[in-house]
Design a protein around this ligand. Sequence first.
Ligand code: HEC
Length: 189
Amino acid sequence: MQRFIPLGMATALAVASLAPLTVAAADNRFSAHVDSSGQISLPKDFRSTWTHLGSWVVQQDGAPGQGFHDVYTEPASAAAFRKTGQWPDGATLVKEIRAIRSGALTTGPGLWAGDNKVWFVMIKDSKGRFRSQEKTKGNWGDGWGWALFDAKDPSKNMSASHEKDCKGCHLPAQATDWVFVEGYPTLQR
Ligand code: HEC
């Protein structure tokens, strides 16, 4: 198998399995949330340190996206988008879905967010950096990396294929680089 992998890559893979911290640091140039083999991990602390772009609510019982959806990106990525109308490479979008709770509030009959359900992650990659990575290339395409994490085990990307798991539903947003920008007032200039 090794003879199909360029020597530099083989070394990087070996290092990745032995010393993940070193590799993560080297990878920061592109994204702190992607390792050298193209595996995407769930960013931490996005709620407290990133920019909130907007929210959606899907209320209907049994709907695939039932819950509160909150979308975040890095402050620098939001600023770059406001300036240029494009996402810079390495820009990360996190959509957090939480359960819906409801009850009587002093403001009226209310809905609010409950427990975490899943997180969807997109990471901008205009260069197709991971196209030769057999294990992860299904997560990369159309200018983005695509991943899904379940609250039961946030350490593992549940999606193996953005074509199967993501793309069909994102077609309405194809003209805006696959992102539903109309829902994000924070991106308006
Ligand atoms: C059932 C349809 C559906 C599927 C499947 C789906 N998405 Fe989405 N996604 C949407 C819609 C619609 C929005 C915006 C409105 C909302 O959240 O309901 C969205 C929003 C997002 C956002 C917030 C940024 C944006 O594009 O507006 C991310 C990140 C995201 N999706 C990632 C993914 C990833 C990664 C996958 C596959 C693992 C995926 N989605 C699969 C329909 C879907």
